[in-house]
Design a protein around this ligand. Structure first.
Ligand SMILES: Nc1ncnc2c1ncn2[C@@H]1O[C@H](COP(=O)(O)OP(=O)(O)OP(=O)(O)O)[C@@H](O)[C@H]1O
Length: 345
């Protein structure tokens, strides 16, 4: 396994969920025609996508961590690894201090239920042939959280909690609006009594007016059920509004992690500065990323040294060859930038 790429952001000792030096690579295998062509001498090889590269992050119970970065930087992949959907290629995920990889089957089943994921497109993630009552009640019934006798009341309770009328539970997903479908997705996740929700662009597909309602629902549920969140979003105003801490990723790596207020006031990493400085302030309701100079390099062949150096206005020789490790730059703040070692900074 690689050496850790800097300290863990957050407080591992009290973490509900901790990723330790997690990497995820996808191998793009050659199809039949590619394999044949390669055998006949064509210069074709399997390609490796470095989606997540040595991320360490500890999230204590009750915290809301916003995870941001441009498209393709590995946010969803990281979320899927911590939610147990993708296995990590390297590194470990700890749940309540226990390595999920070394848990026995019963412990792992418990940890898997405790960490649930909410997806961007509720329609795609809901089985169109199942009624809402089955979508919500199937998993708790299977896992013994409720018996047949209590099933109906259980489903009604969960639907009430997310603001859906239980009398509609015999309907199918297509009979609901987008916002209602996302509430069904949230109900399905809540039905197995999770402690941790990974929300992956969970409001991005909704109308702006509905987004506010769903964000309020997430925050109410946090209070009522003591939930902890990893909130992946492109929308910086939402992240600023709901997160206690923001983690910024660039090409598979964490470049900065800081309490929200401090980060938005004074971002440290040049990538964070570029991302936040150009946030349009006119429409405060909907800040989103604007293009940063230069192309995002390919995760198939990321640049050496600091991944951001080809786009960084401050890059110097060291940045081209040496990976900056993530280290504490102030209490509770971490950044991975060689500039922080320069005397002038
Ligand atoms: N199953 C997969 N197989 C191959 N490559 C993948 C797979 N899933 C993700 N990737 C690649 O991994 C990289 C990171 O993707 P990921 O979806 O995690 O990024 P993201 O930051 O969530 O982007 P977005 O905001 O667009 O969803 C991308 O280059 C993507 O193409």
């Amino acid at each position: 396994m690689d050496q850790p790429h800097g300290v863990t952001t957050g407080a591992p000792a009290t973490a509900l969920l901790e990723a330790r030096n997690v990497s995820k690579r996808f191998v793009k295998r050659l199809d039949m025609a590619g394999r044949l062509a390669a055998r006949m001498g064509a210069n074709l090889r399997e390609e490796v996508v470095h989606a997540v590269d040595g991320v360490s992050l500890a999230i204590p119970a009750g915290e809301v961590v916003g995870l941001v970065g441009e498209s393709g930087c590995g946010k969803s992949t990281f979320g899927r690894v911590v939610a147990g959907i993708h296995p990590a290629t390297e590194g470990q995920v700890f749940y309540r201090g226990q390595d999920v990889g070394s848990m026995n089957a019963a412990e792992r089943a418990k940890a898997t239920l405790a960490v649930q994921m909410i997806f961007q497109d509720p329609f795609a993630s809901l089985n169109p042939r199942m009624r809402v009552s089955e979508i919500v009640g199937e998993a708790p019934l299977y896992h013994g959280l409720v018996d047949r006798a209590g099933y109906n009341d259980y489903v009604d309770d969960v639907l009430n909690r997310v603001g859906l009328d239980p009398t509609l539970k015999r309907r199918f997903p297509h009979q609901f609006s987008g916002g209602q479908r996302q509430r069904i997705g949230i109900a399905r996740a809540l039905a197995v009594k999770p402690e941790f929700l990974v929300c992956d662009e969970a409001i991005a597909a909704l109308d702006v007016s509905i987004q506010a309602q769903v964000i309020n629902l997430f925050m109410d549920l946090r209070e009522q059920l003591d939930l902890t969140y990893l909130f992946i979003s492109h929308d910086l105003s939402v992240v600023e509004h709901i997160s206690d801490r923001v983690v910024i990723m660039y090409l598979g790596r964490v470049v900065e992690s800081a309490p929200t207020e401090e980060l938005f006031r004074k971002p440290n990493h040049p990538y964070a500065q570029a991302l936040l400085a150009e946030v349009p302030r006119i429409d405060e309701r909907h800040k989103t990323f604007v293009a940063i100079k230069g192309e995002i390099p390919s995760p198939l062949d990321p640049p050496k040294g600091c991944h951001f150096h080809p786009r960084c206005p401050h890059a110097f020789d060291r940045c081209k060859v040496e990976r900056p490790v993530l280290r504490e730059i102030a209490p509770g703040r971490h950044a991975a930038c060689h500039l922080n070692d320069q005397p002038s900074v």
